[in-house]
Design a protein around this ligand. Structure first.
Ligand code: BES
Ligand code: ZN
Length: 462
């Protein structure tokens, strides 16, 4: 069978492809929510069953947390082996009132499918599942071996996968890991992502009096934990967002002049960017362009703040406690393990008297850089150009996929990040969406990619 016949079959199956994605998106697989355990497992089973029906050898791998789904097609002697990695877990959905249609009631409006997980990552990983299942359904064998690893804990740091990776390494042996969990550079401009930022996340808590106090009777006598927390937060970063923790920038890998030059050629407009997110001006470190700051410079953020009276009206208190969820985006070669002691040292120095602080370490991951010269990048360039009609640009992105650097280290493989999403897809935010056309083009690009990679020889190491 010629690949063109398969592509026609794929294009003819678009309404079934969409219906299946809708089914998967109806399952509220929020990995951080302990009340959703049953639903999270249901989402794993949904994709396991789909792969099983298509004839793959499927295994549900139990972990201490949520299960992983592993599936493989038959070995093809002499041909490359690819692992497709993705995640079926999703982020929490609040604020619920901002969703136009329910987060688990997938709805198509203006060519977009709206639901939590539409782009991050069910819709994107399903493009590869569809291309492989339909390839096998055509009665033809694949020209390479594909192994799926679809996990349920990416959005909570992939801790269990990381711990189990050494024992899974034989099963996951491959030449290249393919991941679709990122974005195109812009509408109409697909991209191959060769770099991601890392992450270090914490909860910082400040405790003061043993219970809330009347601020009239006690204000002026007792340090306010919410103010102490604000002091600590503002001590960490200057007005431009430069992090003030001593030693924090020591290992930051400077941008290559060649890379900066290449990025300057990308169509980027700060005013449009600001308007698209609803701010009147962009923000950040001087001396770097917006893409440089988002992709290759470390940043500090407050992701959530909690203290005192949140209800209606006034309540004049000194709250007993205040807490913040904070995170640092890291770049190669920063080590998340080294950030914690530096942060603790900084907090010790800056904490005001009269309160106690504590720091809970959540999760961390280093930044990633992939080989842009690999033959897989070439194969993907051809596949994307054929499916999208436009040659992809090479970019980095600012988000994190915690397990990718471990794949590089443990499996010794190349990594190919092919994002079908758009940066305004509202990942992690209300009204997450995935453009229906991009879902279908992703499926076509995926099938062409298997065809292109099948023409390459297996590398000597596998
Ligand atoms: N899909 C994202 C990663 C991503 C985001 C890549 C933006 C490129 C651009 C992934 O699912 C994600 O959100 N990861 C988290 C990891 C964290 C919760 C451990 C992230 O980056 O915040
Ligand atoms: Zn995400």
């Amino acid at each position: 069978m010629a690949i063109s016949e398969l592509l026609d079959t794929l294009r003819g199956a678009s309404s079934r492809h969409l219906e299946e994605l809708i089914q998967w998106l109806q399952i509220p697989s929020i990995s951080s929510d302990s009340h959703r355990r049953v639903e999270v497992t249901k989402a794993a089973e949904w994709v396991a069953e789909k792969l099983d029906r298509a004839g793959l050898e499927v295994e549900k791998i139990e972990t201490e947390g949520h299960p992983m789904v592993y599936a493989q097609t038959p070995v093809v002697p002499g041909a490359p082996v690819v692992v497709v990695y993705g995640h079926y877990d999703v982020q929490p959905v609040e604020p619920l009132e901002e969703w136009i249609s329910g987060p688990f009631d997938p709805t198509v409006r203006d060519g977009n499918l709206y639901a939590r997980g539409a782009t991050d990552d069910k819709g994107q990983v399903l493009t590869h599942v569809q291309s492989v299942c339909d390839w096998l359904a055509s009665g033809e064998s694949l020209p390479l071996q594909i192994k799926f690893l679809i996990e349920g804990e990416e959005e909570v740091g992939s801790r269990n996968l990381e711990a189990m990776l050494p024992t899974l390494s034989e099963r996951l042996a491959c030449d290249c890991v393919v991941i679709s969990d990122s974005s195109q550079y812009a509408d109409g401009q697909p991209a191959i992502t060769y770099g991601l930022r890392g992450l270090a996340t914490y909860e910082l808590r400040v405790d003061g009096p043993s219970q809330d106090l009347h601020s009239g009777s006690f204000g002026g006598a007792v340090m306010n934990p919410a103010i102490a927390l604000c002091h600590l937060i503002s001590s960490m970063v200057d007005q431009q967002g430069r992090i003030q923790i001593p030693g924090f920038y020591d290992r930051v890998r400077p941008l290559e002049p060649r890379e900066r030059q290449q990025w300057k050629g990308l169509p980027q407009d700060d005013r449009e960017f600001a308007a698209a997110v609803g701010v009147d001006q962009l923000f950040g470190e001087g001396g770097f362009t917006t893409d440089e700051r988002r992709w290759a410079r470390p940043t500090f953020d407050v992701n959530g703040l909690r203290s005192g009276h949140q209800g209606e009206g006034v309540k004049t208190i000194i709250p007993a406690t205040a807490s913040a969820k904070i995170s640092f985006r890291l770049v190669p070669d920063q080590d998340p393990q080294e950030i914690t002691p530096a942060l603790e040292q900084h907090l010790r120095k800056h904490a005001p008297a009269g309160v106690r602080w504590s720091l809970r370490v959540e999760h961390g991951a280093p930044g990633m850089l992939a080989n842009t010269e690999s033959r897989f990048v070439q194969a993907a360039t051809d596949a994307i150009e054929k499916a999208f009609g436009v040659k992809p640009v090479l970019i980095r992105e600012g988000g994190s996929i915690p397990i990718v650097t471990r794949f590089q280290e443990v499996l010794g493989c190349d990594c190919l990040l092919l994002g079908w999403g758009l940066s305004d897809d509202n990942a992690h935010s209300p009204n997450e969406k995935f453009r229906v056309e991009d879902y279908h083009r992703g499926i076509v690009a995926s099938a062409i990619l298997w065809d292109e990679i099948g023409k390459l020889n297996q590398s000597p190491k596998t």
